[in-house]
Every structure is written in structure tokens, then in C-alpha cells.
Design a protein around this ligand. Structure first.
Ligand code: FES
Length: 106
């Protein structure tokens, strides 16, 4: 299992055990993490699964596709380290990853 830490905008942290091969969004939904709406179920059309990746992790992730980068621009409250959690696949290399959920995806 891969440990992932989710923080909310108030700084509250929750550590989950994610399964390699599952998306970060799917892992968050399975663990009941608030703030990940994921209305499209991972089809990359809703942008309600945005997370802010901790800066020291951002450069270590595989880069966003052109489509994901474009969708991120349509999220509410985008930041330089914004990613769509449905496009991040959990791998053993992500053990200890830290992300923050936005104040509101709507
Ligand atoms: S779940 Fe809709 S874009 Fe990620």
C-alpha cells in the first residue's frame, strides 16, 4: 500500500493507504476524503478533482498531459501546483505524497 496525505484548506490532515494502479482520485473517494467531487468519474471533463500537490512532490510526478493542463486552467482557485487527481496514478514511488484539496471545487 502507498501512504498518501490529504490536507484540507484549514490544514487538517488525513493519511490514507492507497492501492498502486488506482488513480489518486479513486483512492481519495474510496477513503471518503472530502473536497474531491470527481463528478465525471475520471473522464477529465469536470475538473472537480483538483488537488494542490506539495511543491517538493510536484516535480517528481509524471507531467500533466496537454489536455490535463488545459483543464486545470478551468478549475476554481488554480495554483502552480494544481493537478487533476484522476490523472495521477498511484505507484509505490508516490509513498508519502502530500496534496491539499481546494477550498471549494464548485
Ligand atoms: S474526475 Fe472529472 S476531471 Fe477528474
Amino acid at each position: 500500500m502507498v501512504r498518501i496525505v490529504f490536507r484540507d484548506d484549514a490544514g487538517n490532515a488525513a493519511e490514507i493507504e492507497a492501492r498502486a494502479g488506482q488513480s489518486l482520485m479513486g483512492s481519495a473517494k474510496a477513503a471518503g476524503i472530502a473536497g474531491i467531487e470527481a463528478e465525471c468519474g475520471g473522464s477529465m471533463v469536470c475538473a472537480t478533482c483538483q488537488v494542490y500537490v506539495a511543491p517538493d512532490w510536484f516535480e517528481r510526478l509524471p507531467p500533466a498531459s496537454a489536455m490535463e493542463a488545459e483543464m486545470v486552467e478551468y478549475t476554481r482557485h488554480p495554483r502552480p501546483t494544481s493537478r487533476l487527481s484522476c490523472q495521477i496514478m498511484v505507484t509505490p514511488q508516490l509513498d508519502g505524497l502530500e496534496v491539499t484539496t481546494p477550498p471549494s471545487q464548485r
